[in-house]
Structure formats: structure tokens, C-alpha cells
Design a binder for this molecule. Structure first.
Ligand code: PLP
Length: 397
């Protein structure tokens, strides 16, 4: 723990700058160093140590300094009691499922989720470990209510969801889960803790892919689970120490550094994405735009109630054009890069064709090819200018 822990009496920006950092006692440096070690010196008599414990620095897979500093900060930004940081967002998700679920349990999860969630729950946990799964459109509360059973251990949602930007009501779903003795986990990656804090809305776990907004610079991977210590101690022991999903000290340090500017970057992402969404919506050649900040978005009212101050930087849209024209449009972009991932400083676009096996779970406008667009922190005029130029070159405007 740092001497300076920053709790709720400090604002989000102050916590983003200070929490988890402290003066390094060895050198006097005002930034804590990267501790690239895998082992820590043992006490005089180590025979009583718990070799699977995480309470003392012992071995980096059990927990290391840079990981701990980052955990303090992510917990503080998320309004959580405790946090476990692992090697990727998927390590956090699989670690949560692995630690919480056992054979015979039932899980309800969103029809719109990161692809690995679908693979993990609907294929691996279901087929190999006899965990029952029900996939529902969690933007429909009645459907969630109907899906929950006496053996439901976990409800897992993602809001806004990848890639359809579907919004689910965290508070209402937490109430449904808890009434039935189940826990609620929320993948908060698209919003980031700056715009949405699921734990404050009643969720038991928030999951973040740190790879995205929290690191924010597209140069490292990590994942976090935030929640109560009693749950996270189990996840730490099972998913980190024994499954081995640990983060490298260097990546934890990079994410710590990136996260200092999270609130500044998110402000610009929110503002740019709103402008880009409104621009796209005004074009006759655009088939649809999905962004929670648009009044036309199905989930706008719920998003406005649970997200603040903004709606994040990710939107999806489709063109009134065939498959190849979508690809030609991308080939003309100069500012915006064609690549997966999201939440980077730079704008990233990915064409999701018609071949997604989960399409039957998506709203109809997503059945043809569409783009997932992570709007970056460049000048909004340059992003819009790039879209306009590419549309012109493709012959769409
Ligand atoms: C990227 C992403 C993940 C997975 O994170 P990795 O760090 O790539 O493992 C999980 N959930 C959402 C919503 C994501 O966008």
C-alpha cells in the first residue's frame, strides 16, 4: 500500500494522477520504478510461508509491486473495495468465471458480448464443465427475469456491448440477480470507469480490459476485476496464482502511466464520438449509426441515467453499400487506421462482415456488414474530414 492512498474524498482526476504512486524509498524518485523481478527475498525462516499466498511479495505470479500499485488505482477509480489485475481482459473474464462457477451452476449472459465470453461460457464451460448457459438480450429486462433460475450463480452483461453498442440497465439487472441469489458482473470496457461505475449501480463485479481506454495508448495488455475482497481473494488464488494469468510488471507499469490521463482522454473521446456520430447520422449514404449519445439510440434513456459525463468513444455504423464498397471506403482512410482493438489514442476502424456466427443474436441492422469505429482523440475536424474524403473517393457522397 502506498502512504498516499486517495479515497473518495478526492476527485477522479486526482485519483488518476496519484493513487498507487508514492516516493520510492530506495532512491527518492517521485515515481515508483518498474520492478522487473520474479522473486523477492525470503525472511530468515521461510518454512511457515504460504507458497500459494498473495499477502506478501514472494514470487511475481503470486503478486508483484507494479501489479499492486495498479490494483490500488483501478479500485479507487472504480469505487471498489479490491481489484485483481491480470495479463489481459480475457484473463480477467476467464479468471472470474473459473473462480466463481462450478459444475451444475447456471449462467445468464448477454447476447452481445466480447467473442471470448461466448466461447468460454457457451462452449468451454458448458461442454467441458457442465455449466448451463442461457443467452438473452439483456436490454430486455423481462427476458432476463425469465432466464434466471434457482441455480443461476452469475449474470454477466456488457454495456455498451461489443459490437452492437446495446445498452443494458445495470441497476435493474442487479436487482433481478440479487433477488434470485445470483451475482452480477459487468464488462465495463466500452465505458471505462470515467463514464460508468457498475459497482455504484449495484453490480458485484466490474471487469475492464485495461488494454483499451485505461492504458489508452495501444501498447500493452491487461485486465482487471473489481469487487469485494471476499470474492477477489478467491479469484487471486485461483485465477492468478494457480491458473497463472499474471500481468508482467512492465505492462502493469505502462498501464499505470497511461491511466494518469484517462479522464482527459475520455473527455476528448466522448466529445469526438458524439460529433462523429451526429455527422454520420446526417448522411444519406449511411444506413444506421449506433451510439448511446444519439437520441435515436434504443438505449439512450438508460445510458443517460447510468453513464456520465459521456458515452465513450465507440460507435457502429453501416453504409448503404455492398460488401466490397465497405472495404474500398476503408482503403481510402488516412487518419483512421484499419485495425482491431479500441480505446487507443488513435482512431481505429474494423469492418465486421456478414460472417459472424452470432448474427442471429443481433438486431437486424447488424446482419449486413458494418463498422465498429473507435473514435480517437485526434481533432474531430480531421476525423470527420477523413471520413468525408474517403466517402467521396468511394463515390458515396
Ligand atoms: C477487448 C475486450 C475484451 C478483451 O480484452 P483483452 O485485453 O483483449 O483480452 C473484453 N471485453 C471487451 C468489451 C473488449 O472490448
Amino acid at each position: 500500500m502506498s502512504k498516499r492512498t486517495y479515497g473518495k474524498e478526492f476527485g477522479f482526476h486526482t485519483r488518476a494522477v496519484h493513487t498507487g504512486n508514492d516516493v520510492d524509498t530506495g532512491t527518492g524518485a517521485i515515481k515508483r520504478p518498474i520492478v522487473m523481478t520474479n522473486s523477492y527475498e525470503l525472511p530468515y525462516d521461510p518454512s511457515d510461508l504460504n507458497w500459494s499466498g498473495s499477502d506478501k511479495n514472494l514470487y511475481t505470479r503470486n503478486g508483484g509491486s507494479n501489479q499492486q500499485y495498479l490494483q490500488e488505482k483501478i479500485a479507487a477509480l472504480s469505487g471498489g473495495e479490491d481489484c485483481v489485475v491480470l495479463g489481459s481482459g480475457v484473463a480477467a473474464l476467464s479468471g472470474l468465471f473459473f473462480s466463481l462457477l462450478k459444475s451444475g451452476d447456471h449462467v445468464v449472459f448477454s447476447s452481445v458480448t466480447y467473442i471470448a465470453v461466448y466461447r468460454l461460457l457457451n462452449e468451454i464451460f458448458n461442454n467441458k464443465f457442465n455449466v448451463e448457459t442461457t443467452i438473452v438480450d439483456t436490454s430486455d429486462l423481462e427476458a432476463v427475469r425469465k432466464a434466471v433460475r434457482p441455480n443461476t450463480r452469475l449474470v454477466h452483461i456488457e454495456t455498451p456491448g461489443n459490437p452492437t453498442i446495446t445498452v443494458s440497465d445495470i441497476r435493474a439487472i442487479a436487482a433481478i440477480a440479487h433477488k434470485n441469489g445470483a451475482l452480477l458482473s459487468v464488462d465495463n470496457t466500452f465505458a471505462s470507469p470515467y463514464n460508468q461505475r457498475p459497482l455504484e449501480l449495484g453490480a458485484d463485479f466490474a471487469v475492464e480490459s485495461l488494454t483499451k481506454y485505461i492504458n489508452g495508448h495501444g501498447d500493452s495488455m491487461g485486465g482487471a476485476i473489481i469487487g469485494k475482497k471476499e470474492h477477489l481473494d478467491i479469484i487471486r488464488a485461483q485465477a492468478q496464482v494457480n491458473l497463472g494469468g499474471v500481468i508482467s510488471p512492465f505492462n502493469a507499469w505502462l498501464i499505470m502511466r497511461g491511466s494518469v490521463t484517462l479522464p482527459l482522454r475520455m473527455r476528448q473521446h466522448n466529445e469526438n464520438a458524439q460529433k462523429v456520430a451526429e455527422y454520420l447520422e446526417s448522411l444519406p449514404c449511411v444506413r444506421f449509426v449506433a451510439y448511446p449519445g444519439l437520441k435515436s439510440h434504443r438505449g439512450h434513456a438508460i445510458a443517460a441515467a447510468q453513464m456520465s459525463p459521456g458515452y465513450g468513444g465507440v460507435l457502429s455504423f453501416g453504409l448503404k453499400a455492398d460488401h466490397d464498397t465497405h472495404n474500398r471506403f476503408v482503403s481510402h482512410l488516412r487518419v483512421i487506421t484499419s485495425a482491431v482493438s479500441l480505446g487507443h489514442d488513435e482512431s481505429l476502424i474494423v469492418f465486421l462482415g456478414e460472417k459472424d456466427e452470432r448474427q442471429y443474436l443481433y438486431p437486424p441492422e447488424f446482419h449486413d456488414g458494418f463498422f465498429r469505429f473507435s473514435v480517437g482523440i485526434e481533432d474531430a475536424e480531421d476525423i470527420i474530414g477523413d471520413l468525408e474524403r474517403a466517402l467521396r473517393k468511394t463515390g458515396l457522397v
